[in-house]
Design a protein around this ligand. Structure first.
Ligand SMILES: NC(=O)c1ccc[n+]([C@@H]2O[C@H](COP(=O)([O-])OP(=O)(O)OC[C@H]3O[C@@H](n4cnc5c(N)ncnc54)[C@H](O)[C@@H]3O)[C@@H](O)[C@H]2O)c1
Ligand SMILES: O=C(O)[C@H](O)CO
Length: 382
């Protein structure tokens, strides 16, 4: 039996009923829905059972979260309530069974682009923090252990001239690579299923700029295999999607081929790393350091991880800047609204800025629907 849920309601007499399974930042997303005749309801709920209760007998669309298991059970409940629109408030949608959504004709939205730079900035921060042992040094200072400057105190790794490795050079991976190459003058090696042409051009142009200014130019290489990146890079950041091909991409064997003093950063999804193997590797290799934003069994960490000084751990905050989180809420709301109103799908999910400008009304389109093709939804000509 589902628990009774207390719900916040806006525009109670709205024609369409849109529910959000968690409070989302800002008010623009609510206003955009209300202006178009939607009644909006939100509540912090987590279980499938509670979401079914919230959907009830009539629901036109749901804005959900990456912590929820959107599969057959929830899509059939939404479909029974007359709903044909769902959006994750996230770019990753490994929590969604898109085939189940297709079966019920439910459009599945996500929120690309608006979080690219924010997430890349956190990955860059974790890279620097791990390389320079910032968290350890902070704890040492607060514990009153600092007696004065010492030549060996918290000696870490210099980034300049070293090699940064990126696995998954899509939107976020490429933004991170640019930050590390331009900001720290690191050489790049990357692995992706596709060529990152724009990224390669960026590094080439930056190398020419450095050369023209009498500095050592940076270099880039597209690796033929992921293992090549792991062997050669000094700092490695993981940015692929999570699917069957990337589950435990970094496992015991692959950790063993990495440099003993390498830094590994994960701001993608926890299961991309075999966390048990990682804990063991960190124990055996105290100079190997990690910066983790995501975990295999979130919100939990595998035993032992929290005790390790060579691990920095933060609670899935990579996209947590105010502008980005409000923008994610807006994109998620507009995905749902667009389907309800019968709007076409925005033609380029990598170019969502027109939806984020608060000074102009958003385009009459759903910004990003991942199963648009499967459902045969029309594409906007805007
Ligand atoms: N920690 C966070 O808060 C946070 C924030 C945003 C995104 N993410 C995660 O980051 C992921 C990437 O986001 P994005 O916007 O850059 O997506 P994207 O689709 O632009 O990039 C993903 C890249 O991974 C590559 N890829 C897929 N399978 C691969 C494989 N087997 N080996 C190597 N590369 C592979 C793809 O070709 C693509 O270039 C999301 O799916 C999400 O899971 C996490
Ligand atoms: O996939 C995503 O968008 C993140 O994990 C949350 O921002």
């Amino acid at each position: 039996m589902a628990k009774p849920v207390s719900i916040e309601v806006w525009n109670p007499h709205g024609k369409y009923r849109v529910v959000s399974t968690k409070p989302m930042p800002g008010t623009r997303w609510i206003n955009l829905l209300i202006e178009q005749g939607c009644r909006v309801e939100k509540k912090t709920i987590l279980s499938v059972e509670d979401i079914i209760a919230l959907i009830g007998d009539k629901c036109d669309g749901v804005i959900g979260q990456l912590t929820e298991d959107w599969g057959e059970t929830l899509f059939s409940a939404l479909s029974r309530a007359g709903g044909k629109a769902f959006s994750n408030m996230a770019v990753g949608y490994n929590n969604v069974d898109v085939n189940a959504a297709n079966k019920y004709g439910v459009a599945v939205g996500n929120t690309p682009g608006v979080l690219t730079e924010t997430t890349a900035e956190l990955a860059a921060s974790l890279s620097v923090s791990a390389a320079r042992r910032i968290v350890e040094a902070d704890e040492f200072m607060r514990a009153g252990l600092y007696d004065g400057w010492l030549p060996n105190l918290f000696v870490g790794n210099l980034l300049k001239g070293q090699t940064v490795g990126v696995i998954g050079a899509g939107r976020i991976g490429s933004a991170y690579a640019r930050m590390m190459v331009e900001g720290f003058k690191m050489n790049l090696i990357y692995y992706d299923l596709y060529q990152a042409t724009r990224l390669e051009k960026f590094v080439t142009a930056y190398a020419e700029f450095l050369k023209a200014n009498g500095e050592q130019p940076v270099t880039w290489k597209r690796a033929a295999s992921m293992d090549e990146v792991l062997r050669e890079a000094d700092v490695i950041s993981l940015h692929p999607i999570l699917d069957k091909t990337t589950y435990h991409l970094v496992n015991k064997e692959r950790l063993a081929i990495m440099k003993k003093e390498a830094v590994l950063v994960n701001c993608s999804r926890g299961p991309v790393i075999d966390e048990v193997a990682l804990v063991e590797h960190l124990k055996q290799n105290p100079m190997f350091r990690v910066g983790l934003d995501v975990f295999e069994d979130e919100p939990y960490m595998k035993p032992g991880l929290a005790d390790l000084k060579n691990a920095i751990v933060v609670p899935h905050i990579a996209s947590a800047s105010k502008w980005t989180r409000e923008g994610m809420a807006t994109l998620a709301a507009l995905n749902v609204l667009g389907k309800i109103k019968g709007y076409p799908i925005w033609s380029d999910p990598n170019r969502v800025e027109p939806f984020l400008n608060e000074n102009i009304p958003p385009p009459a389109a759903s910004p990003s629907i991942v199963n648009a093709k499967a459902l045969g939804l029309p594409v906007s000509r805007l």
